[in-house]
Structure formats: C-alpha cells, structure tokens
Design a protein around this ligand. Sequence first.
Ligand code: 13P
Length: 258
Amino acid sequence: MSRRSIVAGNWKMNLDCAKAAELAQAVAGRHAEAGNVELVLCPPTAYLTTVGTALGLVHATSPSGVALGGQNMHDKSSGAFTGEVAPPMLVDVGCRFVILGHSERRTLFGETDGIVNAKTKAALAAGLTPIVCVGETLEEREANRTQAVVTTQINDSLAGLTPADVAKIVIAYEPVWAIGTGKVASPQQAQEVHALIRGLLASLASPAIADSVRIQYGGSVKPDNAAELAAQPDIDGALVGGASLKADDFLGIARAFA
Ligand code: 13P
C-alpha cells in the first residue's frame, strides 16, 4: 500500500504574529516543491487564525494546499475550562489536524495515556485528524524498555478506538532523547520502532488498516538527515520542531519525502 507522506511543522511556543504569518505565506507559496507530500503547520493557538488566513483557510475560496493543525486541545467541546481550547474551536478556525500527547505535554503538563486517549476520541468526534505522539526517554532506551514503553503508549492511547477510527489517525514516533537535542535516531533505530508500531496497529485494527496509517518520525529532523529517514519502509513523514521555523529547512525536509 502506498501511503501519502505527511510532514508537519510543530512551531511549539515560538515566533510572533507577524513572523507566523510570514512563515505560513512562505510555505504556502512554495508548497508545490513538496509534490504530493501533505504539509501541515501547527502554530501556537494564539496564531491559528493568522496562519489559517495566510493559508487561505479562513474566509477564503481557494485554500493553499497546506493544512493547519493545533498543538493540543481539551477533550470537552465547551465549558468552564479556563485557558483551554476545544476541538470544535480548532475546526472553526480551519484546523484539520491536532497534535496530541506530545512528549512535552506528557512530561511538562502531566498528560497520561488516559488523557491522550480521551483527547484522541474527542478529536475524531470533532472531525479532526489526531497526530498521536509516542516515544521513549533516554533512560528507558538505555534500560532496553523502548518496545515496552511504546507498546503501552500505543495500546493505552488508542484504547477503545474502532478499526475505522484507527484508520483515520496519524502516529508520530518521537524518541524524547532526540527532541531538540540534535541527536537524531538512526534510520535503523527509527525503522525498528515504526515497524513495531505498525504491528501494534494491526492487532488493534487490522493488517490492512495498519498498512494504511501514516507513521511520522520526529526528533531533530533536518534537511540533511531527512532522506535517510524517508528511505525507511515504515517512515511516512516527519513531525518537525526547530527546523520547521525556517521555510527553506521545512520544505527541504518535505522534499526528501516526495
Ligand atoms: P525538534 O525537531 O526541534 O527536535 O522537535 C521535534 C518535535 O518535538 C516535534 O514535535
């Protein structure tokens, strides 16, 4: 089965409003360079509308071909949750995607697999495509616990999803030790975990569905290491942090997956 590659930029808590608009315009103007690769920009919540407008997703008749995603959301659709953003709100401002369970959410904001599971179900119910993140810490890798950790994260984050739901999601494997450190996983290390994840998806849904789900790699992806990652059979794109803040670098990575 040939899977359409997907490269997403996780801007995290960076840029300002003007720079966010400028970067979105630059990516939108050059998105054809990425060929058939699906491109997604995930700006800070405060700049979603700005970026959505730059991408032609808000009150525009011709969208740019670059999709918009949130970096997080609450699992309830409205209510007294000060400071949170609801799934329908993301949809309302033009998002089609939402990153869930990023390691920074898990480690800095106490998100458990149970919380990620509730959010994943809420995203699907709202019509968003969740990009569900998993990955082990350095300590866990060194203790040979990578497979066990990732298995639990996948099984518990996706618990109770129907096979049809599993077919709609994107997974991002982001080893925590590779995030923002400049230490990229070797293509073999990444491929090994991606193959494990695809096997888990086959058990949760079916082999055919597992074969269709895109699994991104994330963690210090740069234009000069993207090609060897893209060459791996189970790596279907990238979730890019630092390098997504420059249009040249982001598009360079996307081209490697084209
Ligand atoms: P870096 O690409 O900066 O390592 O960040 C990866 C990441 O966390 C993307 O979600």
